[in-house]
Design a protein around this ligand. Structure first.
Ligand code: ACO
Length: 325
């Protein structure tokens, strides 16, 4: 049976120039490089420069993905952008990127599912392509979490970083089975009863301020491995695949111990897991497209391989996407 598949045609990323090693936090907080490395796997992260915005970083990543795809902005029908740290309350960052790219047609909108945002954005973009709404879509994850950190809270501010990553998805004909390239299946979940585990203590209709990130890290940690394994396996099952078929696990880069726990539960050796956490920290919705772009650049992931991307974050919201690269 002939079907439409959303196939990855290009990938790119952007990281701000300023790199902050763990040792920097030792100057102002009761913490250590050793604690941060062993508890989270993070060694350094990038922080946006003063005045550098989410839309600017997203635009850089979009340009890199377009160049990688060999396309121009007007070849794109839509921009679906995942972020929880927009430049302004509105308009959407996606429309800002559209203007910056000089795109004079099509449409753009933002998706907000915190660290799982890219999984939700990619699933939405896939649906737009499969339903014939768009032929080519830029799917972007971009964040400036440094702007919502409480710099006196050592349990959160050492964990996050800034950056952006982007994919160009393109409609292609497939056979309708798991031998097709492109997005093969997705599994999305949320449960608002867990909202207090990870949230920002401000917003438009409450404080009128952006607020700061608050997290019950330990409670979240206990939820993460089980939920990530379940959602990855549920997505694989939808297309008749299992853990053994996975060439690369591309996890949200929140904590090395969560990543190792999930890989172990899925029976995957760490050699088949894309890791960027050491260099990027947790960049929320940007972490998966950043990891994809870095892994493609390293020559790790190759055309035709089966990838499973998974993430969990505030909401809680979590999910996974299976795609053949
Ligand atoms: N330096 C030194 N000590 C610290 C630091 C620090 N930076 N931060 C916390 N500690 C202390 C705590 O105060 C605590 O001390 P106590 O025992 O005296 O009370 C001790 O270290 C242990 O704290 P825990 O929170 O139990 O440490 P844990 O091993 O759980 O690691 C961490 C903390 C890294 C936050 C981990 O729980 C984690 O990664 N959780 C999940 C994060 C995540 O997945 N987030 C989801 C995505 S994010 C998003 O959606 C935006």
């Amino acid at each position: 049976m002939s079907v439409i598949r959303a196939v990855v045609r290009g990938v790119g990323h952007y990281l701000p120039e300023r790199v902050v090693p763990n040792s920097e936090f030792e100057k102002t907080l009761d913490t250590s490089d050793e604690w941060i490395r062993t508890r989270s796997g993070i060694e350094r992260r990038h922080f946006a420069a003063e005045g550098e915005t989410t839309s600017q970083m997203a635009t850089h990543a979009a340009r890199a993905a377009l160049e990688n795809a060999g396309l121009q902005p007007d070849d794109i029908d839509a921009i679906v952008l995942a972020t929880s740290t927009p430049d302004l309350t509105f308009p959407s960052v996606a429309t800002m990127v559209q203007a910056e790219l000089g795109m004079t047609r099509g449409f753009g909108f933002d998706v907000q599912a915190v660290c799982a945002g890219f999984i939700f954005a990619l699933t939405n973009a896939n649906a737009l392509i499969v339903s014939g709404q768009a032929r080519r879509i830029l799917v972007i994850g971009a964040e400036t979490f440094s702007r919502i950190m409480d710099w006196t809270d050592r349990s959160t501010c050492v964990l996050f970083g800034d950056g952006a990553g982007a994919l160009v998805l393109e409609a292609r004909q497939g056979q309708g089975d798991s031998s097709d390239r492109g997005v093969l299946a997705a599994d999305l979940n949320s449960d608002g009863r867990y909202r207090d585990m990870l949230y920002v203590d401000g917003g438009v209709s409450t404080t009128g301020q952006a607020g700061h990130l608050r997290m019950q890290g330990n409670a979240l940690f206990r939820q993460a491995v089980g939920k990530l394994t379940e959602t990855a396996e549920a997505a694989l099952a939808k297309v008749g695949l299992s853990d053994a078929d996975v060439d690369w696990l591309v996890p949200h880069q929140a904590n090395i111990r969560i990543i190792q726990g999930t890989a172990k539960k899925m029976g995957l050796p760490m050699e088949r897991v894309v890791l960027t956490i050491q260099d990027h920290g947790n960049t929320s919705a940007a972490s998966i497209p950043l990891a994809l772009s870095v892994a493609a650049g390293r020559g790790q992931i190759e055309k035709g391989q089966i990838l499973v991307a998974e993430a969990i974050g505030g909401g809680l919201a979590w999910g996974a996407v299976v795609l053949r690269w």
